[in-house]
Ligand binder design. Structure first.
Ligand code: CA
Length: 232
């Protein structure tokens, strides 16, 4: 199997070099770009398997690049890992809200970089079914939206429609972090009068019903929630 092609957009030459060196050492093909405009046009011509995107870029910034990638049906399915400076928590939230799949905080080690890349590439095929898959199975858990039925070890758990959609959505994207606002839009709907904290109430109720499996829903401090990636 051919090694995935990874497109990197990073304006700092030293960091770009480190990323490129380590990815190539893993056998990846790397396309390196120094700014957002060039990066965006190369994404369309190169059709990469993954994009590593620095947030702070001169000219078009990383959030705008991400927004355009995720708004274009041709490029939407390409996973994006955002690279942020450590202090930019609000940027992480913004980027994830734009559809980025994961993030790396600077400074990061080559080991961390390679690990994130592996995780994101491994779960990438799941993206295709995220919109229409009505039934999701994760180990002992199954959630069937059409039949409004959730089961653990084949035992039915009683969920409200919102809890059902929340669990289905999170379980459809294991390991991926979603900001509260994003979850609200996806599972409650844009017209509901709600605050970000409202999602916490639903998560708390959902965890209670999951009982000893409550840890499937993980809190990512300052960002939001994710479905645990491993162990099921
Ligand atoms: Ca930068």
């Amino acid at each position: 199997m051919a090694k995935p092609k990874i497109l990197v957009i990073e304006d700092e030459p030293d960091i770009l070099e480190i990323i490129q060196y380590n990815l190539e050492r893993e056998g990846h093909k790397v396309v390196a770009c120094r700014n957002g405009e060039v990066g965006l046009s190369r994404i369309r011509t190169e059709d990469p398997d993954l994009i590593i995107l620095d947030l702070m870029l001169p000219g078009m910034d990383g959030v705008e690049v991400c927004r355009q990638v995720k708004n274009d049906p041709v490029t939407r399915a390409i996973p994006v890992i955002m690279v942020t400076a450590k202090a930019e928590e609000s940027d992480v939230v913004l980027g994830l809200g734009m559809g980025a799949d994961d993030y790396l905080s600077k400074p990061f080690s080559p080991k961390e970089l390679i690990a994130r890349v592996k995780v994101v590439l491994r779960r990438a095929p799941l993206r295709e079914e995220s919109g229409g898959g009505e039934r999701v199975v994760r180990g002992s858990l199954s959630v069937d939206l059409t039949r409004h039925e959730a089961r653990i070890d084949d035992i039915k758990i009683d969920l409200t429609p919102t809890e059902m959609r929340l669990l289905h959505f999170l379980a459809s994207h294991p390991g991926r972090v979603f900001p509260r606002a994003h979850l609200l839009n996806r599972v409650i709907g844009e017209d509901a009068i709600v605050t970000d904290r409202n999602i916490d109430v639903h998560v708390r109720a959902l965890r209670q019903k999951l009982g000893e499996n409550a840890e499937w829903i993980e809190t990512v401090r300052g960002v939001g929630y994710r479905f645990a990636d491993a162990g099921k």
